[in-house]
Design a protein around this ligand. Structure first.
Ligand code: ARG
Length: 461
């Protein structure tokens, strides 16, 4: 017989089709440990309110402890007829404590405030774990940047050669957004550290239970200000989901570059055998599957966020069963990132860059034209004129199939009398890089400082 939590009003049990639709144990069972922790905390406030005597509290805590052990060992799990994690665990409690004592625990709480609390507990733990895994990727990027040292590469805008930059500068440009993702989860935690327990179904409890005591017991900073908000809002879940999606997107942007860089045409990077795959038919193939899966899973992570937000849109207060749909998207994000991040960190740590090729390509595509213009500005030429002069140099070179530094003194002078041979001092990658020495720039001296700051930020988080 199907056990339900609302027998009194109903003549019969739910139809099989409803039970099948309603069921959530296949995904919410992962909250079982948090549910039991919540039950222990709830038993204590029932005791404090005089609704359980000392012996009852001891019996309840003992039964919940045995239930916890049985859940951990796998001896107890959800049965076919259990609707959700709460229903299953109430059955488990009653099996251990008896119907008389076990039946007392439900007083003053609802699955609505329970589930809202458990999701927060779970996500707070996951945010810390996933944040640590993101930092592993960050550290791999920082180590690669340190290894790259002063090695230059072609910096691009619109995927076209723009200006030379340090490879380390570029790699750190991927590290900072990921550091911010971890910071986002840390900032989010301050908002997530508020417990809905005690909100009941929506209106709060009449039984003299202390929500603040439960909150403290469960590691929260406070309990919610408003019981309706506590049970009906899911912005905390959506914000977690945004950070997960953003992390996926930030990974996918580096992933896309790895895919491009590993092509024959670019030839910037070689993937380690352990982090690339072969082809079942083409013996020569070495594919960047980790990067491609990162790119693909970013879509999935965004989909999870989008689905969740769409579930929330237009929902009236307070609890609606739609809210049961909040869990699978974020659980999927957690599981996705938990497998993706370690592989991504490994791939990143084992990349080998062809720094010679990158250095050779760095000044090509007239990427030093801006250096000519800025040199002219330092000589007192207005930038509008300087831009045109540098552009004219590019045109001459393009016509003749030569590079900027191949222009003779006469050719330079013919383009503009301002172009004295001294301009050659900036027509090297080293000169160009060294000149970008303001804070945040790609000059080697600045990048070395930046690297140390990224390292200490990562260590702080
Ligand atoms: N399983 C539900 C959820 O995940 C909690 C149960 C609330 N059910 C209800 N009928 N009020 O949101």
């Amino acid at each position: 017989a199907r056990v339900s939590l609302w027998g009194g009003r109903f003549a019969g049990g739910p139809a099989d089709a409803l039970a099948a639709l309603s069921k959530s144990t296949h995904f919410d069972w992962r909250l079982a440990g948090h549910d039991i922790a919540g039950s222990v905390a709830h038993a204590r406030v029932l005791h404090a309110a005089g609704l359980l005597d000392d012996a009852e509290l001891a019996g309840m805590v003992d039964a919940l402890g045995r239930l916890r052990a049985d859940v951990a060992s796998g001896a107890f799990g959800p049965a076919e007829d259990d609707e959700d994690v709460h229903t299953a665990l109430e059955r488990g409690l009653i099996e251990r404590a008896g119907a008389e004592l076990g039946g007392k625990l439900r007083a003053g709480r609802s699955r609505n405030d329970q589930i809202a609390t458990l999701v927060r507990m779970y996500l707070r733990e996951q945010a810390r774990t996933l944040g640590g895994l993101v930092l592993d990727v960050v550290d791999a990027l920082i180590d690669q940047a340190a290894t790259a040292g002063d090695a230059p590469m072609p910096g691009r805008t619109h995927l076209q050669h723009a200006q030379p930059v340090l490879l380390g500068h570029h790699l750190l440009a991927h590290a900072w957004p990921l550091l911010r993702d971890v910071e986002r989860w840390t900032d989010w935690d301050a908002r997530a550290a508020v417990s809905p327990y005690g909100s009941g179904a929506l209106a709060g409890s009449s039984l003299g239970l202390d929500p603040a005591a439960v909150a403290a017991d469960l590691g929260f900073d406070a309990s919610v200000e408003n019981s309706i908000d506590g049970t009906a809002s899911r912005d905390v879940v959506a914000e977690f989901a945004f950070v997960a999606a953003m992390t996926g997107i930030d990974l996918s942007r580096f992933a896309e570059e790895v895919v491009i860089w590993a092509t024959k045409e670019f030839g910037f990077v070689r993937l380690d055998d352990a982090y690339s795959t072969g082809s079942s038919i083409m013996p020569q193939k070495k594919n960047p599957d980790v990067a491609e899966l990162a790119r693909g899973k970013a879509g999935r992570l965004v989909g999870d966020l989008t689905g969740l937000l769409t579930t929330l849109k237009g929902l009236p207060l307070a609890y609606n069963r739609d809210l049961q749909e909040d869990k699978e998207p974020v659980f999927d994000q957690v599981d996705t990132l938990a497998v993706l991040l370690p592989a991504f960190a490994g791939m990143t740590a084992t990349l080998t860059f062809d720094t010679e090729r990158m250095a050779a390509l760095a000044p090509q595509g007239f990427s030093l034209a801006t250096d000519i213009a800025e040199w002219l500005v330092r000589e007192g030429v207005p930038f509008r004129v300087a831009h045109e002069v540098a552009g004219a140099c590019v045109r001459v070179c393009e016509d003749r199939g030569i590079e900027l530094w191949d222009l003779s003194d006469d050719e330079l002078a013919a383009v503009s009398p301002h172009l004295t041979p001294e301009v050659r001092s900036v027509l090297t990658v080293e000169g160009s890089l060294a000149s970008r020495s303001a804070r945040g720039g790609t000059a080697p001296v600045r990048v070395r400082e930046q690297l140390e700051r990224a390292r200490s930020r990562s260590a702080e988080l």
